[in-house]
Ligand binder design. Sequence first.
Ligand SMILES: Nc1ncnc2c1ncn2[C@@H]1O[C@H](COP(=O)(O)OP(=O)(O)OP(=O)(O)O)[C@@H](O)[C@H]1O
Length: 294
Amino acid sequence: MKKIKVIFNPSSGRQSMERRVDRLCKLLLDDGYLISKFITQKKDDAMIETMKACKEDWDIIVVSGGDGTVNEVAKGIANSERKIPVAILSSGTVNDFANYMKIPKNIMDFYDMIKRENTIDVDLGKVNSEYFVNVAAGGLLTNVGYQVLPETKMVLGRMAYYIEGLKEITLQNFEPIKLSVESEECSLDEEVLLFLISNSSSIGGFKKLAPKADVLDGLLDIVIVKKSGVQDLANIFINIFSGDHINHPNVVYFKSKSVRLDTREKVSIDIDGEYGGKLPATFEIVPKAFRIIV
Ligand SMILES: Nc1ncnc2c1ncn2[C@@H]1O[C@H](COP(=O)(O)OP(=O)(O)OP(=O)(O)O)[C@@H](O)[C@H]1O
């Protein structure tokens, strides 16, 4: 009999999610799986429960939450010796990672996916002791994730992010950061507006922000937007939807296994949409660290 630990964040995304989780649990129970449902209450609960499940004899983790909850589960797996495969039932506002991986949202399709037990090992990004499934970022636009009010998220869903993003562009007076970038492939000292160190290509609901990113390539994709005027910035922003922004002269784009970012200024890092400490920091790829069911 297979044992599945279901980790559910009730605060992620839309509230009808618990019914969907319970429907999935019933399907799996009827099929002879042993199920235990764990409901998170606060930050780090999902990570701690994941580490416990890795120590015990659970066969699969199903995580229902947004990117922040998936991040905690990935971090729990990365900090454990035994790597349990994880199935991601997305229920957040944006769900970049689950969308990028094309994981089914429909409960019957999701149940079929679990039964097939087809797994792949994807890379994780690492910065200091933190891990990221999608992206670590800083500068303009990166406050968006944790600044959207929960009420706004509930009503507007994904649109809330775009609206906040545009608000940020108009509110900020584009204060650039004096940043030093050190890696094997690229070194520069520049005034920059935004940096993204990405594992997957989908960030903040923008599917092609790091258009060549691949969670299987053992590399991080680095996107840096240099200091720009409003005109250039508008041009870059419009082209984000097609991925053509990387060809703009004010955008630096490269791949690397590791990159060091240094600055004298106080710059926060956003990790998968949550606050993740400050620069300076070294960002690295951890190849094939996260086994997911697809
Ligand atoms: N019961 C709870 N009530 C409130 N917050 C919680 C609870 N359980 C966990 N959390 C917090 O929720 C965070 C993760 O939220 P998550 O990102 O999964 O949802 P979301 O913000 O709706 O999704 P997305 O990031 O895709 O928009 C965790 O880091 C933790 O701090």
